[in-house]
Design a protein around this ligand. Structure first.
Ligand code: SF4
Length: 171
């Protein structure tokens, strides 16, 4: 077993889906050692092995693991959040118990694509960044012609913290 629990420590409104929440969990032990093994699982949209930031796509939403924090978006309520964190502890412990059969991932698993960046933007096409669409902004971010903090909605709102973290990790 790797850890006992991930405690639900904070709930924020989820901007990606009004009416839902984003939950923040604090693990009882640093996830530093287990993240490279979790990076072998399917559904990963972003992984930075140097900063140990790992993001999975949920349907709906995202799940991001950092050494000291877990962020899950588009959660119905605190009750569902607690269940998700409980399931995550089980998945982490199972992965850890099987680590000798896995190959820890110490490099990014595949080439970054503009679509990976787009998936983490607000996708409202508001135009505040000066681009006509979020996809256009994603393409320029990919080419390093723009920076993630030039998207005002993404920078300003705490509800997008998980996406900022994931974007920082992959760009
Ligand atoms: S400011 Fe952000 S949300 Fe608005 S169009 Fe640009 S990238 Fe999309």
């Amino acid at each position: 077993m790797y850890l006992d629990e991930i405690q639900l420590t904070r709930t924020l409104p989820c901007l990606a889906e009004p009416g839902k929440v984003q939950i923040i969990g604090t693990p009882s032990r640093s996830l530093e050692e287990v993240i490279p093994y979790l990076a072998t699982l399917p559904g990963i949209v972003a992984y930075n092995p140097e900063r140990l930031s790992l993001t999975f796509r949920r349907r709906p939403g995202f799940l991001t693991l950092l050494m000291d924090k877990v962020v899950i978006t588009q959660v119905k309520d605190n009750e569902e959040g607690a269940e998700l964190l409980h399931s995550l502890v089980e998945a982490i412990n199972t992965t850890w118990d099987q680590r000798e059969e896995l190959m820890a991932v110490t490099r990014p698993s595949r080439m970054l694509r503009p679509l990976d960046i787009y998936a983490l933007l607000p996708q409202t096409n508001c135009g505040e960044c000066g681009e006509a669409t979020c996809m256009a902004f994603a393409a320029k971010l990919f080419m390093r012609e723009r920076a993630a903090d030039e998207c005002p909605p993404l920078s300003a709102d705490p509800g997008f913290e998980d996406r900022r973290t994931a974007l920082d990790a992959i760009t």
